[in-house]
Design a protein. Structure first.
Length: 291
């Protein structure tokens, strides 16, 4: 563990690496107007990646894989080659939502592709601005394209909707829903068609549990305490994490990795798939998770 690269990097360390030619800088902010916000100010040489078109492969019906299904692994390799990423690259990613949209998603995808040297800026764009780093406007010059990055297949574990259905009824597993509590309780659903949650899932909202008030992640000790209170002594491979569409769930997987709790699995389809599948839907507060 001594040589393990932290999944997070402080804004102050970013300043020291800005002249390192082996670092690939990635701006992964998402949501409405993401590209326009990027063009308004980003780290020098930071390449914009698009959650909707590059980090996802949309289907006509979100009932099949959710709103942000993973792209084909070979297609992802083409993207990495096109933006100049090679196996030796040190990749540093940020967004403007503390890693949740979609820096953590890109981090998880790179780790799942077998790339080791990848980090997310702790505190995101706000932390970089507070550190006094100068931002550029417009589009960064994209490095010369390389051959597609060879990826054998996704190496980090994901689960299917059938896996989640079985796990949610099995006390040896824990299914974590990282969405806001009002969405989990079914009080209001601003994105998907139906409000509520997967029966048996526990709610650990990512923003209030993973981040401090300044947008930086909680300490590893605090994260361990939070998640162990739900996971107990279950093996990490018996932990399934989901959100609305498989994006912000990666923020919690990043938090678990930072805490040294590696091995939890991502349900990519998440609520956007489950809520369209005809399976049971629960509402109200969660029951106590017995550990």
């Amino acid at each position: 563990m001594q040589n393990r690269l932290s999944p997070l990097i402080a804004a102050a360390e970013v300043r020291e690496l800005q002249k390192d030619s082996n670092v690939t800088w990635i701006d992964a902010r998402g949501g409405p107007g993401a590209k326009e916000r990027y063009e308004g100010g980003h780290l020098p040489n930071a390449i914009f990646v698009d959650l909707e078109t590059e980090l996802s492969q949309k289907s006509e019906n979100p009932a099949n894989g959710g709103r942000h299904p993973l792209p084909d692994v070979k297609q992802f390799g083409v993207l990495l080659g096109r933006i100049g990423i090679r196996p030796s690259s040190h990749i540093i990613i940020y967004d403007d939502k503390g890693g949740a949209m979609a820096a953590a998603r890109f981090w998880w995808m790179l780790k799942a592709a077998g790339h080791e040297k990848v980090q997310v800026v702790d505190g995101g764009l706000d932390a970089l601005i507070r550190e006094g780093l100068v931002l550029d406007a417009g589009n960064a010059k994209t490095p010369a394209s390389l051959a597609p990055y060879y990826i054998e297949g996704w190496k980090l574990p994901t689960v299917t909707i059938a896996d989640v259905e079985r796990a949610s009824a099995n006390p040896e597993y824990v299914v974590i829903d990282v969405r806001e509590s009002f969405r989990y309780r079914g009080e209001r659903e601003p994105i998907d068609l139906v409000a509520g949650h997967i029966p048996g899932a526990v709610n650990i909202p990512f923003m209030e549990n993973n981040l401090q008030s300044d947008g930086r992640f909680q300490t590893a000790e605090a994260l361990t305490s939070t998640y162990r209170s739900f996971i107990g002594n279950r093996p990490l491979e018996n932990v399934i994490v989901h959100c609305g569409s498989g994006v912000t769930a990666c923020h919690t997987l990043l938090a678990l990795h930072q805490a040294g709790l590696e091995g939890a699995r991502l349900y990519v389809g998440s609520w956007s798939e489950w809520s369209r599948s005809g399976r049971p839907i629960a509402t109200g507060d969660q029951q106590d998770c017995l550990v």
